[in-house]
Ligand binder design. Structure first.
Ligand SMILES: [Zn+2]
Length: 212
């Protein structure tokens, strides 16, 4: 006689929850990277996402010119004979915008996810806003005076900072996935994405979290 069949739950054939869902840190970092795609800066697109202690997003920002200031009239150059013809005196960093865009009364005790380690000016804002932690992905300007000063200020003020090491280098958002049964909408690898029909590729966007 056939041995008793175990319930599906025990023999492993039951439908289980997804295992490859985004964990909170990669979700928040991906939100920061996605918002960076709104930036009009041709040389640097940075996004920031502020999260409270309940894992709720309370502010998002990306680098851009101040509200009401025409970004077609202001310069986007990184260098010029006259500094006034570079972007630097005008552009608002992602961290500033994320703090100013907050949808809560304040951001005290919150964590900021940001693509690039914050400069010293943003460190001042982060400290004064009462943020308790900064999670960054890239630290490519580590040795510049701005970053040295930033680390000094954050450390003195007791703001924690740590580098985020993504498990995957890229997250693909596939707008077609909602029409496919059982497709989670996120492909882990570029290869998976490229296996799709050509026509579908145009409906996808990749949020790359490469450290560059
Ligand atoms: Zn900054």
């Amino acid at each position: 006689m056939e041995e008793n069949k175990l319930p599906d739950l025990l023999n492993g054939s039951a439908t289980r929850k997804r295992e490859d869902y985004l964990e909170w840190p990669e979700y928040f970092m991906a939100v920061a990277f996605l918002s960076a795609q709104r930036s009009k800066d041709p040389s640097s697109q940075v996004g920031a996402c502020i999260v409270n202690q309940e894992n709720k997003i309370v502010g998002i920002g990306y680098n851009g010119m101040p509200n009401g200031c025409d970004d077609d009239l202001l310069p986007w150059s990184r260098s010029a004979d006259d500094r006034l013809n570079t972007k630097y005196p005008y552009v608002c960093h992602a961290e500033l915008n994320a703090i100013m865009n907050k949808n809560s009364a304040d951001v005290k005790g919150c964590t900021m996810y940001v693509a690039l380690f914050p400069c010293n000016e943003c460190a001042k804002l982060i400290i004064q806003a009462g943020l308790k932690e900064v999670v960054y992905l890239s630290d490519k300007y580590h040795d510049t005076p701005e970053m040295v000063a930033s680390r000094k200020l954050l450390s003195m003020a007791g703001v924690q900072y740590r580098q985020f090491k993504p498990k995957r280098s890229e997250i693909v958002i596939d707008f077609n996935s909602i029409n496919h049964r059982g497709n989670a909408g996120l492909c882990h690898q570029r290869g998976e994405q490229l296996n799709q029909a050509d026509g579908e590729r145009a409906d996808s966007a990749a949020v790359s979290m490469n450290n560059s």
